[in-house]
Design a protein around this ligand. Structure first.
Ligand SMILES: Cc1cc2nc3c(=O)[nH]c(=O)nc-3n(C[C@H](O)[C@H](O)[C@H](O)COP(=O)(O)OP(=O)(O)OC[C@H]3O[C@@H](n4cnc5c(N)ncnc54)[C@H](O)[C@@H]3O)c2cc1C
Length: 398
């Protein structure tokens, strides 16, 4: 009987986790199953590029995980029962229940309309591929001079507004930010951002909290009506809803509460990584939803699972930030260096070099997913008999 590990979600963190588990543990001891709704890897960090008409490389999972020992299940997860230790899935063969001994939850997040009236009906979003493709189709039908308003002055909003303005200089692109433009950046970073945004002709509405979206405008708290043939909503991500419907301890927003090894504080057989997990970073600040911190949570979870199964030493690597990498169209970028807890320091890399750097980061992340075992299965360790037996005993009684 092998110890059954199920990884839910093959985004950046789930795919990394499955590959790393396969590198760490012996095939004879563990059965690793990766469940994902889509047949190919979606580079979420490039959804603004997809939306403006760029074609992204196709990355089918079947090729990536072939020969790795990871079993790929293309199915939609419809529920998780953490007391019975089962996952309900719906795939091409219908509904099914999968039993696990260890679960890695990595279902990520989607867009967050934040309950603002009219957003669900009228706004476009780029948190995932269906939304980005819908926006792509709409942007292609816009005539010169029509207005596009990007709501949200965070990293995703900056990337979306600059990408749209660079690709479609004929459109009237605006950005509505709740605070000042790039107000968390260093003065060098802010200055560069203003320069690029100005050069691209983007109108910036600062301190503009959007309170409503209509078919042809957005309304702000201070009474402004900004014309918008298309509104692109980028104001934050909402956690996948399944965790909240389980007995797992979650936050008010649905993130699974974990300890330093990414293990659920309420259910020790469950690990959560990426956007789905509330992870405390340096200074006791929660990590923000990002690949930058999500991928290290996957490493940490896998190393902890491997250590607990094989009797090894538990990892204790603090997860920290180094920089924020922002694309500002294809030709410009901004690398803002930060403290361990994500506060800007003076140093920033700007211009074309920053654009190249950001591109390499995106390519590197996708390469890591596309080569899940990094070519070679290394340091595969033996699962102790007690752990396999413990898993089997629970499975038998479930
Ligand atoms: C436009 C954009 C730009 C971004 N830029 C950056 C950046 O520059 N740097 C950075 O660090 N972060 C960036 N992010 C954030 C980053 O993409 C996310 O934080 C990251 O993708 C989270 O990884 P994850 O594995 O937790 O979730 P996801 O990548 O969302 O993966 C979740 C996976 O679960 C699957 N799934 C979901 N529901 C189900 C279901 N019911 N059944 C089966 N499978 C399911 C999905 O198909 C997906 O494969 C950006 C995000 C966007 C949208």
């Amino acid at each position: 009987m092998r110890h059954r590990i199920i990884v839910l979600g093959a985004g950046y963190t789930g795919a990394f986790a499955a590959g790393r588990l396969a590198r760490r543990l012996r095939r004879e001891d563990v059965a690793i199953t990766l469940v994902n709704a889509e047949p190919d890897f979606v580079e979420r960090v490039r959804m603004h590029q997809l939306a403006v008409g760029q074609d992204l490389k196709s990355r089918p999972f079947s090729g990536m995980f072939a020969g790795t020992g990871v079993e790929l299940r293309l199915a939609k997860v419809t529920g998780v029962d953490v007391d019975r230790k089962t996952v309900a899935v719906a795939g091409a063969d219908g509904a099914e229940e999968l039993g696990y001994d260890t679960l890695v939850y990595a279902l990520g997040s989607g867009w967050n309309a934040q309950g603002v009236p009219g957003t669900a009906e009228h706004a476009f979003e780029i948190a995932g591929r269906p939304g980005a493709l819908r926006l792509r189709e709409r942007l292609a039908r816009l005539d010169a001079g029509q207005a596009v308003v990007v709501v949200g002055g965070g990293l995703t909003g900056l990337e979306a507004a600059t990408e749209i303005a660079e690709t479609r200089p004929d459109l009237d692109v605006a950005l509505a930010a709740r605070g000042g433009l790039g107000d968390w950046l260093s003065s060098k970073g802010r200055e560069h951002l203003r320069k690029v945004v100005g050069r691209l002709g983007i109108t910036v509405y600062e301190h503009a909290a959007v309170t409503g979206v209509e078919a042809d405008r957005v309304a702000t708290a201070d009474g402004r009506a900004i014309p918008a043939a298309v509104t692109v909503w980028t104001a934050g991500f909402a956690v996948h809803p399944i965790a909240k419907a389980t007995a797992l301890e979650v936050t008010g927003t649905g993130q699974i509460v974990v300890d330093g090894t990414m293990r659920s504080v309420s259910h020790p057989d469950v690990y959560a990584v990426g956007d789905a997990a509330l992870v405390m970073g340096p200074g006791g600040k929660p990590l923000r939803m990002s690949c930058a911190s999500g991928v290290p949570t996957a490493w940490q979870a896998v190393d902890a699972i491997a250590a607990r199964l094989t009797g090894g030493k538990l990892p204790n690597v603090p997860i920290r930030y180094f920089n924020q990498c922002v694309s500002l169209g294809r030709k410009e970028g901004l690398i803002q260096y930060v403290t361990a807890d994500d506060r800007a320091v003076r140093a920033a890399l700007t211009g074309r070099l920053a654009a190249v750097y950001k591109e390499l980061v995106c390519k590197g992340a996708a390469w890591g997913v596309a080569n899940p075992t990094f070519g070679l299965p290394t340091r595969r360790r033996r699962v102790t008999r007690e752990r396999v037996a413990a898993g089997s005993a629970v499975a038998a009684s479930a």
